[in-house]
Design a protein around this ligand. Structure first.
Ligand SMILES: [Zn+2]
Length: 142
């Protein structure tokens, strides 16, 4: 391999494995905190009617009336709410985990191979906890 080719490869490798810098992490953290606030707001809609139960964020059961079609609609809406709430709670959990990694200083490191996660991937998906190759491998094994 010529020296030029070697240097080129070295630069390319360095670029690919570039560990995310603190400035980018700060921006991501701000973004995550904003998302967290939004999710908490979205989640509060589901438990608003049950204020005494607001702590456990239980999905409130809607009450439209006692006719069969009203009952059916209550069940449909309840199911939709439960699914939406689960998705939001999962998102919230991912955000909290990412924030915890930022605080611990382990943010941007793949939890499987301990290599830095590509910065572009983190910017596109700030809650990512694994690098693309590990993620791809896991999906192939599923
Ligand atoms: Zn990995």
């Amino acid at each position: 391999m010529s020296l030029t080719a070697f240097l080129f490869r070295l630069i390319e490798t360095a670029r690919m494995d570039k560990k995310i810098d603190q400035k980018a992490i700060d921006e991501i953290k701000e973004q995550l905190l904003k998302q967290k606030k939004q999710i908490l707001k979205d989640l509060s809609v589901f438990s608003r009617e049950d204020e005494h139960e607001a702590d456990d964020r239980s999905t409130s059961f809607p009450h439209y009336g006692d006719k069969p079609d009203e009952n059916a609609q209550e069940i449909t809406d309840y199911s939709t709410n439960v699914v939406t709430q689960r998705v939001l709670e999962k998102g919230l959990l991912d955000i909290e985990k990412a924030l915890a990694r930022i605080d611990k200083g382990t943010y941007g490191i793949c939890k499987y191979c301990q290599n830095p996660i590509n910065e572009k991937r983190l910017l596109a998906r700030p809650t990512a906890s694994s690098c693309i190759s590990c993620k791809t491998e896991l999906q192939e094994n599923e």
